[in-house]
Design a binder for this molecule. Structure first.
Ligand code: ADP
Ligand code: MG
Length: 276
């Protein structure tokens, strides 16, 4: 579990905290989405999760290890993998395979183990055929998958994606998200998806909305249809599918479920139509 307890963070020179008295528990294997307007503290929160930043007050515990404990930091960084918006800042080596191996070599793992993990990580993101290619020749989506492979090779328990797909086209974005969710299913890796896209956030099991460095709302994405006013106060809007389901309901169409994606809405409508 990752436990954030009363964490406050203020950037040097800033007058208001980027995060204020934040309390949050993230369970192993869970799929949590963190959303909220620009500047609400999402990236700061992400950086607290693996000790890239440390709270000024309060503490952050990763499986019981305090991120302010220097001797635990290496283990914490292995447990909590991070992928950021701009993959170019995360890619370091001359070839795709070497890039994935880089972090593992720093761990001092034996070469055979490194090779095994590199192969597996590249396969799990679908880059196994590009192992010898220089990273700068990859497309944006491929670069982002490479950054993901580098993190996966470290065998993290928690995977934090901070707007990791924001620069990609919708197809590449969906591909990466699908890959990540498959890894969660197969390996039980917790996924912390940080996104300003509500459409993406509602796919999670639990959703958290940040505003002014605080948790503004949290709950199940299925409850969000009742939160339109609250969302508006955070500068957010209901995702299209949920807004549509809501107005269908207001128009007297009795949907049996609370759909959060196109497929669910289609199924609910299909059920109604086939009953008539
Ligand atoms: N490196 C930094 N130095 C000073 N202030 C920062 C820095 N990074 C972020 N901030 C400020 O901290 C607040 C939270 O930012 P951030 O965590 O990046 O939000 P988000 O990811 O939700 O857009 C904002 O007010 C932002 O301007
Ligand atoms: Mg951010």
């Amino acid at each position: 579990m990752i436990a954030i307890q009363g964490a406050t963070f203020i950037y040097p020179g800033a007058t208001v905290p980027a995060l204020e008295n934040l309390n949050l528990a993230i369970e192993p294997g869970e799929f949590l989405a963190i959303t909220g307007p620009n500047g609400s503290g999402k990236s700061t929160l992400a950086r607290l999760l693996n000790g890239l930043l440390r709270p000024l007050e309060g503490r952050v515990l990763v499986d019981g290890m305090d991120t302010s404990d220097d001797t635990a930091l290496i283990t914490i960084r292995r447990r909590v993998g991070m992928v950021f918006q701009d993959p170019d800042n995360q890619l370091v080596a001359a070839t795709v395979a070497e890039d994935v191996a880089f972090g593992l070599e720093n761990l001092g793992l034996p070469p055979a183990e490194i090779r095994k993990r590199v192969d597996l990580a590249l396969k799990s993101v679908g880059l196994e055929n590009l192992a010898a290619r220089p990273p700068h020749l990859l497309s944006g989506g491929q670069k982002q998958r490479l950054a993901l492979a580098g993190v996966l090779a470290m065998e993290p328990r928690y995977l934090v994606l901070d707007e990791a797909t924001a620069m990609l086209d919708p197809v590449a974005r969906e591909e990466i998200l699908e890959q990540v969710l498959r890894l969660r299913r197969e390996q039980g890796i917790a996924v912390i998806l940080i996104t300003h896209l509500m459409e993406e956030a509602i796919r999670a099991d639990r959703m958290l909305i940040m505003k002014f460095g605080r948790i503004f709302w949290q709950g199940s994405p299925r409850e969000i249809s009742h939160q339109e006013r609250l969302l508006a106060a955070a500068g957010l809007r209901l995702p299209a599918v949920i807004a549509l389901a809501k107005s269908l309901r207001q128009g007297g169409i009795k949907l049996a479920t609370n759909p959060v994606c196109v497929e669910e809405l289609a199924r609910a409508l299909w059920k109604l139509a086939s009953r008539e």
